[in-house]
Write a protein that binds this ligand. Sequence first.
Ligand code: HEC
Length: 123
Amino acid sequence: MYHQYVMGTPFLAASFVVAACAFALSGCRSLPPSKPESLWTPEEARGAQVYRVKCGKCHRPNDTRPLNGPGLQAITKVKAMPSGTPPTDERMTYVILHGRNMMPGTQLTEDQLSDLLAYLHTL
Ligand code: HEC
């Protein structure tokens, strides 16, 4: 019993160090996971529908690899969007409605826009 305990302690300590390093090294490469679909609120689920119709053909929601535009995984959790602008709701709203470079503006009702923003926060 005593042996198991002393064997276990360094192992736990080692796992902790590995976990801490992984966290420290992750930097901008490893992003927090998206909220699972099963936990979406009705608003987020409606936003996902808007996204599929209006944004999905250009942006992968759960990946940062580009499609016709940058992948949007964790877009509201990163310090800066690809343009370098912080991902505030105001800034995202502006880009969504007015477009940016190759991205066309999208016409949305106020409800669609607020649902979509709620959904973007789940990514
Ligand atoms: C026709 C393709 C297309 C569609 C449709 C589209 N986008 Fe984009 N989007 C782009 C491209 C291309 C960029 C990169 C623009 C740039 O910075 O040059 C972009 C950039 C973005 C960015 C990053 C802006 C920044 O400041 O870096 C966000 C956020 C975004 N799009 C969200 C959306 C959302 C939400 C929708 C749906 C309402 C949408 N896009 C629809 C092509 C598209």
